[in-house]
Design a protein around this ligand. Structure first.
Ligand code: SF4
Length: 372
């Protein structure tokens, strides 16, 4: 273990990446960077991180921010649940920890959105604790170095991986070593291992046994839930379009979308999809609008005949949309009661684009806008 730590720390001193969150290290900066880096490339995250730190330089400034501002800054990064967790996490720390970042792993994991990996990253990099932080890169590097067979996400393989990671962290300098493992996994020990230039090459079991192509073994991905939805494009003669804010407990909670109707949430055969496409949805939309306190008298709904596929973490979404026509002498403003103003708004359509500047919206919404 000591050899591993010595080799890797020497390599990191010359090959480690110069990243913005590795300067002026604070728990807040490590936390924000780690959340942004989940399922997102470093190069994509860097400008977002800089903008975030300019707009919300402290935990306090984030805690008091308006959710719309938080989502606006996040636009384009995807997986908006992460932005909500950061916002809620900052409020949690202010409220429950007197504004001081928790130090212990168990306390860190009580903060909304902080799991075992992020807690390990914050504890080791910001608080100097000798604990591991096991992300996908660490799984690959350690899984290969120790030639751990089986699914590294569960069972005895996971236990072995965690024991190895703890033994390495116990050697000291865990903050540095965790970053070095990440960098090695993002460079030489990527999908295709470049063992000839790796500092661990002489002791790495996968390399010595010529198993780098088969380790780590693929884990079975969790099946995604299929969902089929339709959106409603409801526009008045003044060019205003109705948008709806998703409730916090809904998919894309807090973001603005077109009114959306779930048509099916199970596997639908091609034949059934065709039927769904052809079925008139005007009655469904009337019911939807009524349920939400709106009374737009739709006269017809024209289906777009276009399907957009969008993959979320746990959902495989198929989305289509209907262009609604209604009695155009009535403005949409007149149809939107004050009580519904928090949930609905009207945005202007300028030529072919919608003015969504003040309405943070999802990538899926942008895909529909591009097709419109
Ligand atoms: S020797 Fe090869 S497989 Fe082993 S850690 Fe280095 S790059 Fe990865």
């Amino acid at each position: 273990m000591k050899w591993f730590v010595d080799q890797l720390s020497a390599w990191f001193a010359t090959h480690g990446r110069d990243l913005p969150w590795r300067h002026d290290v604070t728990p807040y900066r490590v936390w924000v960077s780690e959340i942004m880096l989940q399922q997102t490339q470093v190069a994509t995250v860097m400008p977002y991180f800089e903008r975030w730190m300019t707009r919300f330089p402290t935990l306090e400034s984030l805690a008091v921010a308006d959710e719309n501002d938080v989502f606006s800054l996040w636009q384009g990064l995807g997986y908006y649940r992460r932005a909500r967790y950061l916002h809620q996490g900052a409020q949690y720390i202010i409220e429950h920890c007197h504004g001081d970042f928790p130090v212990e792993l168990a306390s860190l994991q009580k903060v909304p959105g902080i799991g075992a990996y992020t807690a390990g990253a914050i504890a080791s990099m910001a608080f100097g604790q000798n604990v591991p932080a096991i992300d996908g890169n660490a799984e690959r590097v350690l899984g290969r170095y120790f030639a751990i067979q089986g699914d590294l996400k569960k069972g005895t393989s996971r236990q072995t991986l965690e024991q190895c990671a703890h033994a390495i962290a116990a050697q000291g300098r865990a903050g540095i070593i965790n970053q070095a493992i990440m960098d090695l996994g993002a460079s030489l020990c990527g999908k295709k291992a470049q063992c000839e230039t790796c500092p661990l090459t002489t002791h790495c079991q996968a390399n010595l046994r010529q198993m780098t192509d088969v380790l780590p073994q693929k884990h079975t991905p969790t099946a995604k839930t299929p969902r089929i939805c339709a959106a409603l494009i409801l526009k008045d003669t003044a060019g205003k379009v109705l948008v709806a804010r998703q409730r916090p407990d809904q998919l894309l909670g807090g973001l603005w979308t077109f009114p959306t109707l779930e048509l099916a949430n199970d596997t639908v055969s091609k034949h059934n999809k065709e039927l769904l496409l052809r079925s008139p949805r005007i009655a469904l939309w009337h019911a939807w609008l009524k349920t939400h306190g709106l009374t737009a008298p739709l006269t017809s709904c024209t289906p777009s005949y276009v399907w957009i596929r969008h993959i979320f973490t746990h959902i495989d979404m198929l989305m289509t949309w209907d262009i609604a026509h209604y009695n155009t002498s009535i403005s949409l403003e007149a149809l939107t009661p004050d009580a519904a103003l928090d949930q609905f708004d009207l945005v202007m359509q300028k030529s072919s684009t919608l003015d969504m500047q003040d309405h943070p919206s999802s990538t899926l919404m942008k895909k529909i806008l591009a097709k419109l």
